[in-house]
Structure formats: C-alpha cells, structure tokens
Design a protein around this ligand. Structure first.
Ligand SMILES: N[C@@H](CCC(=O)N[C@@H](CS)C(=O)NCC(=O)O)C(=O)O
Length: 241
C-alpha cells in the first residue's frame, strides 16, 4: 500500500558519512511515525519502504523474525526492531546528528524511559483494544483507561512545567517522551470518530492539549502523522475482515 502522502525529503537516501538506512513501515502506524519524526529531527536521510501487513515482505520477515512487525530500521544491513529501541539506537549511532532525544543525565534518562514505557503500556495498549475489540463496551473501557493514563501524564507534565517552564517533555525541544506520546495524536482523532470518545480533551488535560498543538506544529512532525481520519478508518477495515 502506498504511503498516504509523500514523506518529507531530507536529502538523499544515504547520509554524508556513507550510512545506508532503510525504514520498513506502514503509513498510519504510530510506532513507525515516531521513528520518522526522529529521523526528521536529526536530519538523517533514509529510504522508506511501505509494507503490506496482510502480505509481509521477505525482508520484513527476515529482519524482525520474532515479532514480524513494523517498524524495522535497517542500518548498513543490520536490522533493529521495536520503535523505542530504534529511537534510542538512533541517539547512540548518530550522536552528532542534530538533536539527542534522551537527556544525558542518567537519572533524567531513566525518568524519560519510565514515561515512554508508561505511554505505550497505558495509552498504546488501550489504543489497540479500541481498534480491535469486538464489543463496544470493551472499547469504551479501554478508552477510559487511556483517559486516566492521560490524566496521570498531565500531572507529570504539570510538575515538570512548574519546575522548568519547558514547552516539551524533552525541555525546550522535542524529546523521547514527546515522540512516543505524540505519535498517537492522529489516532486520538480517529478514535473520537470511531467511538465518540475524546482521549485528549483540553477540559481534562489542558497542558497536554496545548503541548499537542506545539508538537504537531513542529517541522519534523508536520506531514508525518495521519491527518485524514476517514482514510485511516477505511484502511483499518482491511484488518478487521
Ligand atoms: N512494540 C512495537 C509495536 C509495533 C506494532 O505493533 N506494529 C504493528 C503496526 S502498528 C504491526 O506491525 N503489526 C503487524 C502484526 O501484528 O502482524 C513497537 O513499538 O515497534
């Protein structure tokens, strides 16, 4: 399936130091989108390969034989799977390319990793249930869990904001937690259309609502997250049959 829209070009497919990077993805996957955003933030060029998850390529099956999922980043022929692992790998492998996503202080790094895990566990898992559960009741319960997690994340952000006045979890710029949480933003609009529940609501979590606007306005983010709700819902149908 072709990408929904052309991805931003940040140069040739091979960067200045001769590294070759390929990203296996699916256009509407939050896990893939977060890797794309990080590659954009770092100004690293790469070849994007759209996968058909109903008919996975040999390259995907060979590159991620354990989970058989996207994203997979292939760096000079070596595959790396799991989006959070990939983002941290990009910091390690390209320390001089633009921004670093993780803070340098070990304690701050641990805090960022804690919240990134929390987001995928408490927001990402309910997201999956909302999409694929058969019963509406089950979807609504999952949405309530995601909303409660958003309130917890809002409280953590409020504390950070009070201490530092920072616009992002990463401080002045987008960091690890920002890309992990931010990659679900397009899907929150999809969920609202699907089940009529707003996961991110300015009335409940005003700081996160303002943060989301800042995040989506960033150059590295614009054009990456799926913005055509109906197109995402149509695409989703292919996995529900
Ligand atoms: N924990 C993984 C999740 C990746 C994931 O769930 N990818 C989905 C697309 S959104 C996938 O490839 N699904 C294919 C399958 O389950 O067969 C990550 O962070 O990379």
């Amino acid at each position: 399936m072709a990408s929904s829209k052309p991805k931003k070009e940040f140069g040739n497919m091979t960067d200045a130091s001769g590294d070759e990077l390929k990203l296996l993805g699916v256009w509407d996957s939050p896990y893939v989108n977060r890797v794309q955003i990080v590659l954009n933030l770092k100004g690293i060029s790469y070849e994007y390969i759209e996968e058909d998850l109903m008919n996975k390529s040999d390259l995907l099956l060979r590159s991620n034989p354990v989970h058989k999922k996207v994203p997979v980043l292939i760096h000079n022929g070596k595959p790396i799977a799991e989006s959070q692992v990939i983002v941290q790998y990009l910091d390690d492998a390209f320390p001089n390319a633009g921004v670093l996503l993780l803070p340098s202080d070990p304690f701050e790094r641990a805090v960022a990793r804690f919240w990134a895990v929390y987001v995928d566990d408490k927001v990402g898992s309910p997201w999956y249930t909302i999409l694929f559960a058969k019963e509406r009741e089950e979807k609504l319960e999952a949405a309530a869990r995601a909303i409660s997690a958003m309130e917890t994340i809002e409280a953590a952000f409020r504390e950070k904001n009070a201490a530092e006045g920072a616009p992002f979890f990463g401080g002045d710029g987008i960091g690890f937690v920002d890309v992990v949480l931010g990659s679900y933003l397009g899907w929150f609009r999809v969920i609202e259309k699907m089940i009529g529940v707003r996961i991110l609501d300015a009335a409940r979590t005003p700081l996160l609502a303002a943060w989301a606007e800042r995040f989506e306005a960033a150059d590295a983010v614009r054009g990456v997250l799926p913005d055509d709700v109906d197109k995402v819902i149509d695409f989703l149908q292919t996995f529900l049959h």
